[in-house]
Each structure stands twice: as structure tokens, then as C-alpha cells.
Ligand binder design. Structure first.
Ligand code: XIL
Length: 454
């Protein structure tokens, strides 16, 4: 589990001498996140991520804090990885994979063979030439990521929405009905460790399309064609609401012996209706032992491929929505920080009237998850015997270290002695209660003491 290996926890109480405590267990005050709530139930919680957004610190802050699985949103598709025939381009996808690995997150590969987002050169091919191009593509891309991925969406969206269980017409389908099994065999030959998934939409309930996929999986298993998992995209909106037999549908695939994964979840709507539907998806996955986890298709509403539907768990500013809280609760956890329940909240400015430690106003503890060249620090701010209305934490970074992003706080600088102030949703802390924030940096992780003033 990422960020659970606390290396050093340092307690400080104002001007009192600091006590350093070595610990190998998570801090009791560790913030609940989507990832930690899911992990506690043996599931992962992932998101689609876009490499071009990594310069946005609000985006990376949430990505690093909340998720244990990452799917490149577009960077592993055929047009991105093989823009001209037999010339491969992995830099954007590698950026995502390497960043995820550095943060202890796993990666779902998406997608090796699909009728959409193909490079232009593919459209001039057909027959054996196209079949061979597909095999070459899968072999190269799966080999490049060999041993690095949790799963691959080997084939995406190969069935039609006609209601008759037929295959979608496409150039790949025109190469012969066996194109799907050839794709799976090719992927397995290149990478024997990634789980190989079939992925589709409008397969979320029991219907003609999902039954056609079900029959294909059953047939593959009977004939020894390698397939390990089925992905249910779960793009939910008014035209395609969450089916009442969602869980039963997941279960019937699980009963075939494959893992099931919710791969591209987004739910149009807002407020409690949206929150309830999100909770129902989580409950369905929890009820199906072979449901390995849930991936949402983006972080903030503004990151969504259908942003007009406000379908995600964070608003455009990166604040958690009601649906975020309902996901956490559906996993049986409780929200700590950030909390959507305080929204809308007034902006609270930190007061400087109380000097650190005086009256036990607040204490700050922190833990690091460090790797060669970088670190993530999670800080817990605990109120003393009085309510906090704004707080500030001081931490001095070692020479050469620099903060690259932070979340649930505003940092005064990026190196040396840095002051971290509350943001609007976590300035108010009840007496004896805690809130958390974090930051990521390059260089060595901080050690020593944190000061806290209110
Ligand atoms: C979408 C991406 O989110 C967009 O950025 C892109 O422009 C189009 O593709 N089903 C899939 C995903 O399997 O790859 C799609 O992602 C959404 C539908």
C-alpha cells in the first residue's frame, strides 16, 4: 500500500522539545482517501490520468493522494503509441507509468485493439495486412510494458449496440471473427503477467450486449484462449442509468471465473442523487468477491471527457463533492480530510495571535514516504483543547529539497523553511480533532520537527 510505510513520525508540541518516534505502522490519524478506504476492503480505487495535466499541482495533488490505480486516458491508444507504422512512441505513456510507480500506484493499460483512436495509416489497411499490423502493434506495446502493468484492456468495445448481440462492424472485425482471440493470445505471448481484460460500455446490466460478451468469455475459457478479466466501463447517465441488475451482472461474469473491474466510471448528475448512484456502484463491487476495484474516468469534473455532465468526484476546483463522501462511506470508512461536508464553507484566515504551543493550540505530526530523489509528506494537524479557526504549520526542508506540489494547504514557498496554511475547507478543526494536508517534493524528505500555530 502506498504511503503506509511511515518512516519517521515526529511529534512537536510548540516550544517543547520534540520527541522522535520510529514507527512501522500507519499513523492513527492518517487521512482517509478513496484509495485507503478501498484498500481496507481489498479493492483498488483508480482514475484515468492525462500526462499533459501533470504540471497542474491541484490535479497531481489529488491524483497522488487519492488513487491506488492509474489508467492512461489516451496515451496508450494506438494513435498515441504507433503514430506511423512500426514506429513506436511511448514517452507520454511512460511518464504516467513511471510517475505511478514512484507513487506506489498500479497501472491499467488501455487499450491495445480498438476501432477508435487508430492512427491514420491503419485506415489504408485491410485483410491480412491489417491483421498483421494489429499483431505487431500488440506485440510491441505489450512487450514495452511487460511486467509493469496490473492489467491490459486488450480489446475495447468490440460489440454493437444493436440489441442482437452482434459484433460491432469495424476494420478489425472485417479481418475475421477471430481477431479478438488473436489479440488476447498475442498479448499473453508478449506479457505473461498482466491480467488480460475485455472492456466495453452498455454492458453494465444483463442485456443482449453483455450476454454476447458473457458468451464470448465462456467460450474463450472453454477453449483455453487467455482471458483474465472483464472491464465494465460504467459511463452512467440518464440515457444509460445504473441498471438494477448491475451487481448480478458482475456476479455472473465472476462466476465464470474471471475477475471483474469497473474501468471508466462516471455518473452524470449532482448532489445526493449522484452520490447515491456512486455508493451503489461501490456496494455492488464490494458484494462481488472477484470485483478487484473501481476506476473513475478522470479527477475533477473539468477533467472529464463529458464535463458538461459533472460526472466525477471532485469539482472544478478540486474540492471533493458529496459523491466523494458517499464513496468513502460505502467502503465503510469515514471521511477525514478533505471533507466535502463542510462545503460551502467560509474562507478562514489563520490567526497569528497564539504562539506555537501556547495553550496547546495545535500540534503537527508528519510522516514521509520517500524514494530515491523524491518524497511525499503527509501532515496531520491536531487541535488542542479549543477549536481551531485557521492554522499554520512550519516545516524546514533539507538543503536541495523542493516542493513540487501540495494539497489541502497553501505553501509559502518551495524550499527551506516553509509555512503551510489551511485552505478554506480545513481551517476549522474541532477541539481534539485532526485534519491533514500533504506535499510532494524532489530531493530528501524532511526530518526534524514541525511547528503548529493557530
Ligand atoms: C476518451 C477520453 O476520455 C477522451 O479524452 C478522448 O478524447 C476520447 O476517449 N471509452 C473508452 C475510453 O474506452 O478510451 C474513452 O476515453 C471513453 C469511452
Amino acid at each position: 500500500m502506498r504511503r503506509k510505510h511511515a518512516i519517521l513520525t515526529v511529534l512537536t508540541t510548540g516550544a517543547l522539545a520534540a520527541a522522535a518516534v520510529l514507527t512501522v505502522t500507519p499513523s492513527a490519524n492518517a487521512a482517509t482517501t478513496l484509495g485507503s478506504a478501498a484498500s481496507a476492503k481489498g479493492k483498488y480505487f483508480g482514475t484515468a490520468a492525462a500526462a499533459y495535466k501533470f504540471s497542474d499541482s491541484v490535479y497531481t495533488g489529488i491524483l497522488d493522494r487519492e488513487f491506488t490505480m492509474v489508467t492512461p486516458e489516451n496515451e496508450m491508444k494506438w494513435d498515441a503509441t504507433e503514430p506511423s507504422q512500426n514506429s513506436f512512441s511511448y514517452s507520454s505513456a511512460d511518464t504516467i507509468v513511471n510517475r505511478a510507480k514512484a507513487n506506489g500506484q498500479r497501472v491499467r493499460g488501455h487499450a491495445l485493439a480498438w476501432h477508435s483512436q487508430q492512427p491514420g495509416w491503419v485506415s489504408s489497411l485491410s485483410g491480412t495486412a491489417l491483421r498483421n499490423a494489429m499483431i505487431n502493434h500488440i506485440t510491441n506495446v505489450a512487450t514495452h510494458y511487460k511486467g509493469q502493468l496490473y492489467a491490459w484492456d486488450v480489446v475495447n468495445e468490440a460489440f454493437s449496440d444493436n440489441g442482437d448481440g452482434s459484433r460491432r462492424s469495424s476494420n478489425l472485425q472485417n479481418t475475421g471473427n477471430d481477431w479478438i482471440e488473436v489479440a488476447f493470445k498475442t498479448a499473453r505471448a508478449a506479457d505473461s503477467t498482466a491480467k488480460l481484460c475485455y472492456n466495453d460500455y452498455n454492458t453494465d446490466g444483463v442485456n443482449a450486449k453483455s450476454t454476447a460478451v458473457y458468451n464470448m468469455v465462456k467460450d474463450f475459457l472453454a477453449r483455453g484462449v487467455p482471458i483474465d478479466c472483464v472491464g465494465f466501463q460504467s459511463h452512467i447517465n440518464s440515457a444509460s442509468p445504473l441498471p438494477s441488475d448491475y451487481q448480478a451482472n458482475l456476479q455472473r461474469f465472476a462466476d465464470l471465473g474471471v475477475e471483474v473491474q469497473i474501468t471508466e466510471l462516471d455518473i452524470a448528475g449532482s448532489g445526493s442523487a449522484q452520490a447515491t448512484t456512486y455508493a451503489n456502484v461501490v456496494k455492488a463491487c464490494l458484494a462481488v468477491t472477484k470485483c478487484a476495484g473501481i476506476t473513475v474516468w478522470g479527477i475533477r469534473d473539468s477533467d472529464s471527457w463529458r464535463s458538461g455532465d459533472t460526472p466525477l468526484l471532485f469539482d472544478n476546483s478540486g474540492n471533493p463533492k458529496a459523491a466523494y463522501n458517499s464513496v468513502i462511506s460505502a467502503f465503510g470508512a469515514t471521511t477525514s480530510s478533505p471533507s466535502a461536508s463542510v462545503s460551502p464553507s467560509v474562507s478562514v484566515s489563520p490567526s497569528t495571535s497564539t504562539s506555537p504551543g501556547t495553550g496547546g493550540a495545535c500540534t503537527a505530526t508528519f510522516s514521509n514516504n520517500a524514494w530515491t530523489g523524491g518524497f511525499v509528506t503527509t501532515v496531520t494537524v491536531k487541535a488542542g483543547s479549543s477549536v481551531l479557526n485557521g492554522w499554520r504549520v512550519g516545516i524546514t526542508l533539507p538543503s536541495g529539497a523542493a516542493i513540487t506540489n501540495s494539497w489541502s494547504t497553501t505553501a509559502s514557498g518551495s524550499s527551506g523553511a516553509v509555512t503551510f496554511s489551511n485552505v478554506n475547507y480545513n481551517g476549522s478543526v474541532a477541539a481534539g480533532a485532526s485534519t491533514s494536508f500533504g506535499f510532494q517534493g524532489t530531493g530528501s524528505a524532511p526530518s526534524g520537527t514541525a511547528s503548529c500555530s493557530a
